[in-house]
Design a protein around this ligand. Structure first.
Ligand SMILES: [Zn+2]
Length: 330
């Protein structure tokens, strides 16, 4: 990026459970950060209010007035159009329908604002400041409660007709599989996400399979999470290891599809489940190698995301800066 280092941008990463807000400069340096809970169940107004409060706290912490910002970038989950700034729908934000989120933020904060899908933002964050620096054709996937993605072609986010491309988590892997939050059946995220891993573990525990997983969940089956299963696997629990390998298998099936369709040079894997590391990636890579074209598989490199929780805010900020400069240039 060729912008001046003194461009300051407010990045907002709106998630279904958390809101992360940060003031950053054009080099990706974070000057301040605020972290709060998304009151998703309290509805739309409450969420907007929480974003505004978080934004003000981040600005205050950095000792920066809104007027000193170049722009604001909002990354939000769900299907949205960056051109119109409308968030159509989001499985993580119940009740949100066709919300003009960009204009609302712009009006209430009084600064030029841009909206982008959260996973696309994270992909841009990794492209500008993280594991994908210098890449031209790569795919970012984030595996946590669901699976999100961003497709970068020739150094740019591929948005598709209405900006909704990259919903890799909703490609059908099993036409008869579990029902997904999106309403479809057997989407990738119903089989290869942290939610899917925890669901399988709960199911097997309730069936009476012997395992130490419960020990790591305070004896409460409802507290079994991907993290708990990872902890048990690290201590050698065979069910935990089997379930992680099974999740890795499904991760690999989806990766094979992406490799065959896009022939990327790089796939960057982020999100909470990527913390499991090689225990997940090894079976995934093996299955992808078996299923994808050999030549395409040999051409792809896998990397873990480098920016962690900051990829979304940094990517939203970078996107806003790029868009505002693009507007000035044209
Ligand atoms: Zn789905």
């Amino acid at each position: 990026m060729c912008e001046k280092a003194d461009d300051l941008i407010l990045g907002i990463d709106l998630g279904g459970t958390k809101i992360l807000t940060a003031v950053a400069n054009s080099q990706g340096k974070i000057l301040s950060r605020d972290h709060s809970i998304t009151p998703a169940k309290k509805g739309y107004e409450a969420v907007i209010q929480s974003i505004l409060e978080s934004a003000h706290r981040a600005l205050e912490q950095a000792n920066i007035a809104i007027s000193a910002l170049t722009a604001i970038g909002v990354g939000a989950p769900g299907i949205s159009n960056p051109e119109t700034g409308i968030l159509f729908t989001s499985p993580n934000l119940p009740g949100w329908r066709d919300v003009p989120l960009r204009d609302i933020m712009q009006e209430r904060l009084g600064k030029k604002t841009f909206l982008i899908n959260d996973a696309n933002a994270a992909a841009l964050g990794e492209l500008y400041f993280g594991a994908a620096r210098g890449a031209r054709n790569f795919i970012y996937i984030t595996i946590s409660t669901g699976i999100g993605g961003g497709i970068i072609i020739d150094g740019k986010i591929y948005g598709g007709a209405i900006g909704a491309a990259g919903e890799v988590g909703h490609m059908t892997i099993d036409d008869d599989g579990p029902i997904c939050n999106c309403g479809n059946r057997g989407c990738w995220e119903t089989l290869a996400s942290g939610t899917a891993l925890a669901r399988e573990a709960k199911h097997r525990i309730k069936e009476g399979v012997g395992t130490s997983i419960l020990k790591y969940a305070e004896g409460d089956v409802e507290r079994v999470t991907a993290q708990v299963i990872h902890n048990a696997a690290e201590q050698g629990d065979s069910l935990a290891k089997e379930l992680i390998a099974r999740t890795g298998y499904y991760v690999g099936v989806g990766l094979a599809n992406l490799i065959n369709i896009f022939n990327p040079e790089l796939i960057v894997i982020g999100g909470g489940l990527s913390n499991i590391g090689d225990m997940l990636l090894e079976p995934a890579s093996e299955v992808a190698g078996e299923r994808a074209y050999k030549e395409s598989f040999q051409a792809v490199r896998f990397a873990f995301a480098e920016l962690g929780r900051n990829s979304g805010v940094l990517g939203a900020a970078a996107f806003a800066l790029r868009e505002v400069k693009r507007g000035k240039d044209s």
